[in-house]
Design a protein around this ligand. Sequence first.
Ligand code: HEC
Ligand code: HEC
Length: 255
Amino acid sequence: MIRWTLLPALLAAAAAQAWDPGFEPVSGSAFLSEETRQMQEDEFANPGMETVEYGRQLFHRPDEEGHSCADCHGAEGVRLDKRRIATFPRYSEEQERPVTLQEQINICWEERMDNFPYVYDCRELVGLETYVRYLARGEEIQVQTDGPMEPFFREGERLYHQRFGQLDMACYHCHDQHRGAWLRGQILNQGQSNGFPVYRLSTSRVTSLHRRFSECLASFRAEPFLPGSDEYINLEIYVTARGNGLKIETPAIRE
Ligand code: HEC
Ligand code: HEC
């Protein structure tokens, strides 16, 4: 029998349960055919490497003042903190909010290099993000969910379980309740973010995480949010933390 004095603690424990009991993160790559997985792992065959190369060029390209990312982070990004890259989105004391990796790059570009900011998810930011995530491949994802990150994580969790659109569906329905099932010729994976930005075979282009969110929402006829919106940033925090322990696999290949 439950002792009433224990109830508040039990309720708090239930509330702190951010994912189903026994949930183990599995990378979307585990759901690929053997052929596609080999293509992903072979740098000469992986078409996402074109975007890595594009990002690499931007990283070393001098801006109008003659400065480049490599001035501070070294040629080939040798002085980038690869472990730290795997902790984004992370709380920024300076900005007093969580920042995504794309935002961090934009902060460096705007504030440290004194340029006009890029638009979220533009070709340049996705290219640079793909390049620096590629440099951090193999690093274990470790997104903070407590402390100053907690309210944002909780909001992402709420959105993940919220029903949207005409079909009244939530992310949770497909990526938790029905994962492993087939949907329109595709296996439903866990909706992990560790391979992003990913190269899509169906569209022959690299897709950012926020764009993928929009595609999922559109697929069940719900109104997408904007790339870089608070909604997508909070969802990114929840979705990425749900994959804590997975390794960065950028650029992954997907259908
Ligand atoms: C004037 C120096 C400077 C330049 C130029 C610069 N950054 Fe940074 N960057 C920093 C500092 C300092 C940090 C540490 C985090 C902070 O304090 O914001 C950082 C953090 C980062 C991080 C997070 C990983 C880490 O090592 O902390 C990435 C990724 C990054 N920068 C990418 C870029 C890219 C891409 C460019 C070019 C568009 C760029 N930076 C230009 C100074 C710079
Ligand atoms: C109607 C089912 C459905 C719903 C609801 C849904 N998705 Fe998806 N999602 C998919 C399918 C199908 C894929 C493609 C699977 C693949 O890439 O193999 C996918 C892929 C993803 C991926 C990429 C996974 C990877 O490894 O590449 C992410 C991230 C994702 N979804 C997040 C979300 C989020 C966040 C929501 C809620 C806003 C959501 N999804 C709602 C069906 C759904």
